[in-house]
Design a protein around this ligand. Sequence first.
Ligand SMILES: *Cc1c(COP(=O)(O)O)cnc(C)c1O
Length: 392
Amino acid sequence: MKKKRNFETDAIRNQHERTPFREHSVPLYLTSSFVFDDAEQARAMFADEISGNIYSRYSNPNTNEFIDKLCQMEGTEDGVATASGMAAMYSSMAALLRSGDHILACRSVFGSTHQILNTIFPRFGISHSYADITEPDIWEAKIQPNTRMIFVETPSNPALDIIDLEWLGKLAKKHNLILNVDNCFATPYLQNPVKWGAHIVTHSATKFMDGQGRVIGGAVLGTKELIKEVRFFTRHTGPSMSPFNAWVLSKSLETLAVRMERHCQNAMALAKYLEANAEVLKVKYPFLESHPHHALAKKQMKLGGGLVTFEIKGGLDQGRKFLNALSMISHSPNLGDTRTIAIHPASTTHSKLTEEERAAVGIKPGLIRIAVGLEDVSDIIDDVEQAIAASK
Ligand SMILES: *Cc1c(COP(=O)(O)O)cnc(C)c1O
């Protein structure tokens, strides 16, 4: 039996098998299809009696390696690589729900996930309810006889609120529901939802997994039984990850642990700096003691993550001046990059919501979200400091 190795070791040593060329680093398999040894092998592979690559819409050595590493990291049995995080979110729901089903989701889901639930699914007879991540007491009452799935993100975006995954796991079990967790913000290095009872873990690999702002990708991970349905869905509807992106992402996973350690270390230092700045009203970071769910964050996350939010005293106007005054930090909607990125959610990513809807997911007019990168933290803090001073 294979010895159980540590996270970092598996991320590096869990590789696709070597070819007769004896390469050390796994090559890129740019091929749309694969050849059969004989007619019997072709028949058996199509009949699912033996496993093997047939066509790269179904699987490819690079996507297989990427998924094997992720399953090892999340503690899941099986998984499917997808073209984007949104393809993962959509497939994980569309493959497992039917017309007439209901989904209970946290209100603070990612913008495009909102669009799937609010606009696309109702056309197919799939309804939803939202519940606030900060009010766990109301969740159980929102479960209906036709509820099939609970979908959450923790930490939430951009409020960085935390929901208790152990409690949610128990709630899902009690009502026989599928618990689906978008684990993009935490990454499998910081948090493993299946440990607390999640059945499906979804990811945007575009963020911390790539970690360098280059490619788009996603993954759906979970139990063999559920992933079988998801694989049927993706195989026939086609949101597959390209082998090139899988190759890039699988190599990135080799350094996920060291990168996350530094993202979190830099984020914590920036959060502490901001807490001491008189121009800043409120700083939120899961591992700061002032965070409302600090104990919960400590329980289910290894470190606090790479995102920090703060509210600048002068609201919307000062927030805009702050962003315009940044000299090094990028102004962009991405996150989980080597480069530190700042965004003003109220006027950009969440501008389509009403003021009340924004307030309900914790977005004050002056809220700034910083996705802390891997530059030297003193340079990150210097830039934030001069931009705050210039915004007054
Ligand atoms: C970015 C993101 C997604 C969507 O992923 P894409 O790769 O951009 O399609 C979904 N959920 C969360 C939490 C994200 O941050």
